[in-house]
Design a protein around this ligand. Structure first.
Ligand code: GLU
Length: 309
């Protein structure tokens, strides 16, 4: 097996030199301002190594990667009853598709496509004011990453709210089926804010450690979730973490991963490592083009695929 620091440095150099970098998301106007030349990577291993390269300390919009943390919180609050409101199957459709929702009576396929994540956010909101729910999500992520400086980019949240007509349609549609407990504007207010959390690769890799560590927070040894729940969240990431590109990511990389339209990806090597990459240009499925490629190279070099060497 190759040496981690050398592999990471080599991948970062190769990604920096690539000409084809994909398209930066433009449907959220604030995200279209990001320079596609960025590339960052951070790897935290369970045996205590921490390796970074490129723009590993630059904050970016984590977008849908926040859905891993909101799912964890909602399962903690609601337990398995959450699965009555959202499924556990890959969708095979774009992340913001509405057609499947009609056929399936307002129950989204999984918690990582937009309607599923909106339902999860609605579950977190129960019994709280939106401001409190946003605060609890942010504090949870800060705790996981051991870093209180993680913040919400208010300009991104505002930009999403102003242009989120599709998400409003999804939320209203689910409301009509009785699968949303709060007014759509309140649930979406929380949703837009957690999508607008800004983190660096170093912070994100730290926040993902509990999923590589059987549900335990490595810094404190405290249990964040049971090992069974950590396993299941990893399973969801593998099956559903890359929208309708999830099969391709599993085929090429072989790791549980969650991407966001800000160009970040969190990938978990169970028992071994938590990895964050960021390259803002996306492929046709809305997943980071160079981020996916970098993870493919890293998993191959380190023999980290969960499917064996
Ligand atoms: N906030 C984004 C949206 O709702 C998240 C999309 C994503 O990263 O998949 O459209």
């Amino acid at each position: 097996m190759a040496e981690l620091a050398g592999v990471v440095a080599e991948i970062a150099a190769e990604m920096a030199a690539r000409v084809e970098r994909g398209q930066v998301a433009s449907y959220i106007p604030e995200l279209s301002k990001v320079d596609p030349r960025h590339f960052g990577i951070a790897v935290v291993t369970m045996d205590g190594q921490s390796v970074e390269a490129g723009d590993a300390d630059a904050a970016f919009s984590i977008q849908s990667i926040s859905k891993v943390f909101t799912l964890t919180l909602a399962l903690g609050a609601r337990g398995d009853a959450l699965w009555r409101r959202v499924g556990r199957e890959p969708s095979g459709n774009p992340f913001n598709s509405i057609v499947q929702l009609e056929r399936e009576h307002g129950i989204p396929r999984n918690p990582f496509i937009n309607p599923g994540a909106i339902v999860v956010t609605d579950a977190i909101l129960a019994g709280h004011a939106p401001r409190e729910a946003i605060g609890s999500i942010l504090r949870f992520i800060q705790f996981l990453a051991d870093d209180d400086s993680i913040y919400i980019d208010q300009a991104v949240a505002k930009s999403e709210r102003e242009t989120g007509f599709r998400n409003f349609a999804l939320a209203n549609y689910m409301k009509s089926f009785g699968n949303l407990d709060h007014p759509p504007e309140l649930t979406l207010g929380v949703y837009f804010h957690h999508c607008a959390i800004a983190m660096s690769c170093r912070q994100l890799a730290s926040a993902g450690r509990f999923l590589a560590n059987g549900g335990r927070h490595p810094a404190t040894g405290r249990s964040v979730v049971s090992s069974e729940r950590a396993r299941r969240i990893n399973a969801m990431m593998l099956m559903c973490g890359h929208y309708d590109g999830s099969g391709d990511f599993a085929f090429r990389v072989g790791l549980p991963g969650k991407s966001g339209v800000g160009g970040g990806i969190l990938a978990i090597v169970p028992g071994k490592a938590s990895i964050a990459v960021w390259a803002p240009g996306l492929n046709a499925n809305g997943n980071s083009l160079l981020g996916s490629l970098a993870l493919e190279k890293l998993a191959r070099a380190m023999e980290w695929s969960i499917f064996g060497r």
